[in-house]
Structures are given as structure tokens and as C-alpha cells.
Write a new protein. Structure first.
Length: 385
């Protein structure tokens, strides 16, 4: 393997340790948060031109490995009983989130549709698919609707660019901003980790020699769950690959959390969050801001309107439905960014309780994305706007 690729991969895995150490030493960095810093470093790395032209495949592999391994580690310490307390608010927030995306796609279509463009309705279908499900839905709808390759690549590129700023907003100041308009999340007492537990200090346990065996144990179990879920996914059509993998990982991890020897491993959650820091640096470094130079304002404006417009509409409706800030944010994240980003936001909000509801919302979005995207494209094509 080439030495430059080895060094870059090593950087992805070592950098979080330095970030955590810096956050512990400098109060200002601690206030910003390790996840936000990791995301900023990733963006700067992507802009630095240090990454090889053929490095995207390696980045894609890293993102495909780190999150599926992180999800079990984050779920092992969970307590199933408390999840049912969130069932009502989660479902209500999901309905509001889906409605917000669908409405903004329709309104945005009227605002940004270019004169004489006979296929812009397909972009509306793609946006519903990707912002209720994820990239797998975007790819599926691309085939279903017969989208031009240039249009698809532009939508995907702008999604990464605009989504990066949206995501950075959520993990930095989003919670503080929305707390002015929505009620704060009411945490359970004594069952889930507190805000102080999900801090830079909590990662110290990972660098303790006594933690080596527990880390090996839970990491090995996470790898096994990942492998089994991947094997199960091979039995289904490729369109359902991501749904089956994440659903399988989540289900098996929840079952594993019922085992006391797994549930009580203190290092599990911290190791999972460490992998999320790795993921944050990798995915942020994949953003290519040079695509902003392309003269496709209609698509760029449409995507920006749907991402931030749906978030604003969701906040407005959530105020009337009395949905709390954290539930609203994790719902928007699961729909706009997809389940792999849920653990990142959960950690940034210092709220472990919203992890499973967020992943559940994302999985539902994966299941509905293709159907809703196709129906929206047909509506935009035939509706007499």
C-alpha cells in the first residue's frame, strides 16, 4: 500500500486523540466541542489539497466501517425501558419532519424551477428521497427517474457542501439557538449518562491499560454484529442493503445490551464516540467546495432552500406541538443527513437518550425515501403549477 495513503489513514485515527487532549487542556476548545473541532479539521484537510485524487474510495471505506462499528458500541450501555418514554414525541417529530421536507420541496420547486427546463421535476424527487432517506435513496431514484448524470452529480455534490454547513450549525450552536424557541429536553435520572459524562474527560478511560481487555471484548462483539448484519443484508436485494445493515446492527446491539457483561462495560460508549470523531474528520474532508464554482444556481438554491427551509418550518411547527429541542434536532439530522450522522449529533448535544430514536427515524426514512421521492416527482410533473 502507498505510504501517503497509510499516513493519511493513520492521521484520521490518531487525530481524535490529540483533539481530546487539546480540549481537556484548553477551556475554549472544550467549549467548542471535540466533534465540532474534528469536523472543522476535516474540512480544512479537504481544502488543503493534500489528499490524493484517488483517495475518495479509501474515505468511503472508512466512513462505511467506522459508523457501523460505532453504533453497537454506543448502544451497548443503553437501557431499553427508557426508550418507550420517547415513543410518542419521536413519532410526532417524525411526522413534522417529513411534512416539512415535502412542503419545502414543493415550494422550492416553484421558486427555483428554470424557465424551459423539462426535467427539473426530477430534482424534486431526488431531494425528497435524499432528505427523507439518504444517499442510497438518491442513487435508487436516479435510476428510477432516469436523471442525467451531470444533474445527479451536481445534486450529490451540492448536498455534501450545503449539508456540511447545516451539520456544522447543528453540532455547534444549533441547540442553544433553538432552546430560545423550544423546550429543553428532559433527561432521565440515573439511567443514561449525564452531560458531564459525555465530555473530553470521559475519554481518559480509553487510554488506561486496565481498559484494554474490556475494549477488545466490546470491539470484537461490535465487529461480529457488523459482520452478521452484512451477511444478512446479502440475502436481500441491493436496494435494501443499507436498511438491512443498519436495522440488523441496531437490533443485535439492543439485544446484546440486555447482557449484563456487555451493558456494564464503561469503555464501550467512549470507544464508540472516538470512532465517531474519526468519522467526523473523514466525512468532512470529503467535501469539495470547488463545486460551488459551477453555474447551477437553480440546483444550489433549491437544495439550500429545502435543507434550511425544512429546518425552519420544523422549528415553527415544533413550537406549537411542544416538541423539545433535542428531539427536533435529531429528527432533522436523521432525515437530512441519514442515520450515520445521528451518533455524531447525539454526542455533540451530550444526550445519549436520543440516539436510538434518531436511528429509528433514519431507518423509517430509508424505507420511505424511494416511495416518497417517486410520488413527489410524479406530483411535480403532472400537477398544474
Amino acid at each position: 500500500m502507498r505510504i501517503d495513503i497509510v499516513l493519511l489513514v493513520a492521521f484520521y485515527f490518531i487525530a481524535p486523540a490529540f483533539i481530546l487532549r487539546a480540549c481537556k487542556k484548553f477551556p475554549l476548545l472544550k467549549k467548542i466541542g471535540s466533534i465540532a473541532i474534528a469536523y472543522i479539521i476535516g474540512i480544512l484537510l479537504g481544502l488543503s489539497k493534500l489528499l490524493p485524487d484517488d483517495f475518495y474510495g479509501v474515505q468511503d471505506i472508512l466512513t462505511s466501517i467506522t459508523v457501523p462499528l460505532a453504533i453497537p458500541l454506543l448502544l451497548f450501555p443503553s437501557n431499553i425501558k427508557d426508550w418507550f418514554r420517547l415513543a410518542g414525541p419521536t413519532f410526532k417529530s417524525l411526522m413534522v419532519g417529513l411534512f416539512s421536507v415535502l412542503i419545502t420541496v414543493v415550494i422550492g420547486y416553484q421558486i427555483f424551477r428554470p424557465e424551459g427546463d423539462p426535467e427539473f421535476w426530477k430534482v424534486g424527487g431526488l431531494l425528497v428521497g435524499v432528505y427523507t432517506g439518504g444517499t442510497p435513496n438518491l442513487a435508487s431514484l436516479n435510476v428510477m427517474l432516469g436523471v442525467e448524470p451531470a444533474t445527479y452529480l451536481m445534486v450529490h455534490s451540492y448536498d455534501l457542501i450545503i449539508g456540511a454547513f447545516y451539520f456544522l450549525f447543528l453540532i455547534t450552536v444549533g441547540q442553544k439557538v433553538f432552546n430560545y424557541f423550544l423546550p429543553s429536553f428532559k433527561k432521565s435520572t440515573g439511567i443514561f449518562v449525564s452531560e458531564s459524562d459525555i465530555s473530553e474527560e470521559s475519554y481518559d478511560v480509553l487510554f488506561n491499560k486496565k481498559a484494554l481487555w474490556p475494549i477488545i471484548k466490546v470491539l470484537g462483539l461490535a465487529i461480529l454484529i457488523f459482520a452478521v448484519s452484512g451477511g444478512l443484508a446479502m440475502l436481500f436485494p441491493s436496494d435494501y442493503l443499507m436498511i438491512i445493515v443498519i436495522l440488523g446492527i441496531s437490533t443485535l446491539s439492543i439485544l446484546a445490551s440486555l447482557i449484563p457483561g456487555v451493558n456494564r462495560v464503561n469503555e464501550s460508549f467512549d470507544l464508540g464516540m472516538y470512532l465517531i470523531l474519526v468519522f467526523s474528520i473523514v466525512v468532512a474532508s470529503m467535501v469539495d467546495l470547488s463545486n460551488l464554482a459551477s453555474p447551477t444556481f437553480a440546483i444550489f438554491g433549491y437544495l439550500s432552500f429545502v435543507i434550511f427551509g425544512s429546518l425552519l418550518l420544523q422549528v415553527i411547527i415544533s413550537r406549537f406541538t411542544k416538541t423539545d429541542t433535542d428531539t427536533m434536532i435529531i429528527t432533522s439530522t436523521a432525515l437530512i443527513c441519514s442515520p450515520p450522522f445521528v451518533p455524531v449529533v447525539s454526542g455533540a448535544l451530550k444526550n445519549k437518550e436520543i440516539l436510538v430514536p434518531g436511528i429509528t427515524i433514519g431507518i423509517i426514512g430509508y424505507a420511505l425515501g424511494n416511495y416518497l421521492g417517486f410520488l413527489m416527482s410524479e406530483l411535480l410533473l403532472h400537477w398544474p403549477f
